[in-house]
Design a protein around this ligand. Structure first.
Ligand code: SF4
Length: 333
């Protein structure tokens, strides 16, 4: 991180409480380079009337340091629409910024780094969906929110990892096309009688976890609770105590007496939850999302100053994609 911003005594004092909160995740020696960015971003976002949204997988200095709202991608898009400012800055990946734009078409949605992609979102194009529909006439298309606006626009209804089963069953059909996550599709298929036509997309972070590492960790921590995300491979889900969306994982942690927990998901989420739950030992075989980590304090400040990295989507695509999201919201999050 560039050091042209000075760690003044004023900044030291004004960020002291924050540092106390996140000190377990940032070495003291690094704080003088991190704090001035946090201070400057918070000052500038107020001057410019920008609300900062941060996904659960963002690093603690972003999640606790500069974000006004934190959560999962759909929650951020819905909450972003409710804020009074007419500018939003998304600390997340490209499809998340697009989803925020779909839900708030009149707002300017800034994304600090347009190369922050997602292996799942990039696994499928609108053309792929059109071909699937042609090959499977009459079968409704249910699409995970981790997709581009173009793909959502080709979709009958969206879903999240939390409501996928409910959404599929709400359609009252025997068969659906479920896109794009192959592992989430397998997980959903295990919970419903509806037949699933799936796609070959995978999350490059969750697919790295193995049941072998869970077995080894259980030997080391006999009372370990393993909480996995449904984007994980089926054998990892089978080896887990609980499987759910990021929001459900957070609720699980809040309501458990377990002392040792392995959150089988992106590593920063454990860091962020650890700060709120200091008495729990989060066992961390760490897998970071390289796309999420493209969002940095330096990049946030630069995009706040320039306001030139903003999302543009064709109005017709927004309208169709929003229809698929609103149908899902009507069924229930
Ligand atoms: S963690 Fe996986 S699903 Fe989430 S943005 Fe990264 S690659 Fe995409």
């Amino acid at each position: 991180m560039s050091s042209d911003l000075k760690f003044t005594s004023e900044i030291k004092d004004k960020t002291a409480e924050l540092y106390k909160k996140i000190e377990g995740t940032i070495p003291k020696i690094e704080w003088p380079t991190v704090a001035p960015y946090i201070y400057e971003i918070n000052k500038l976002k107020k001057e410019k009337g920008v609300t900062i949204l941060a996904h659960n997988y963002q690093a603690p200095e972003i999640y606790y340091g500069v974000a006004d709202i934190v959560g999962d991608s759909l929650g951020l898009a819905i909450d972003g629409d409710k804020v009074k400012t007419d500018k939003i800055l998304m600390c997340g990946v490209h499809f998340m910024a697009e989803t925020a734009k779909i839900m708030s078409p009149e707002k300017k949605v800034i994304l600090p780094d347009f190369s922050a992609g997602c292996s799942l979102a990039e696994s499928i194009t609108a053309e792929d969906v059109r071909k699937l529909k042609k090959d499977n006439p009459g079968i409704p298309v249910v699409t995970y929110v981790n997709t581009s606006a173009d793909v959502k626009a080709e979709t009958d209804i969206c879903c999240t990892s939390a409501n996928a089963v409910k959404i599929i069953e709400s359609l009252n059909v025997d068969k659906v096309i479920f896109l794009p996550d192959e592992y989430l599709a397998k997980y959903v298929a295990s919970k419903t009688d509806v037949k699933i036509i799936s796609w070959k997309g995978k999350c490059e972070v969750h697919e790295q976890f193995t049941d072998t590492e869970i077995i080894e960790l259980r030997k080391k921590y006999p009372n370990l609770k393993v909480v996995s995300h449904p984007e994980c491979p089926p054998e990892v889900i089978s080896a887990s105590d609980y499987t759910g969306s990021t929001g459900s994982m957070i609720n699980y942690v809040k309501n458990t007496d377990a002392k040792d927990i392995f959150l089988v998901t992106e590593c920063s989420m454990s860091d962020n939850i650890q700060i709120e739950n200091p008495n729990i030992n989060f066992v961390k075989p760490c897998n970071l999302c390289p796309h999420m980590k493209k969002i940095t304090l330096h990049g946030i400040l630069k995009s706040l100053k320039g306001e030139n990295n903003y999302i543009e989507i064709d109005k017709k695509i927004i309208q169709k994609a929003r229809g698929a999201i609103e149908k899902m919201i009507a069924v229930g999050r």
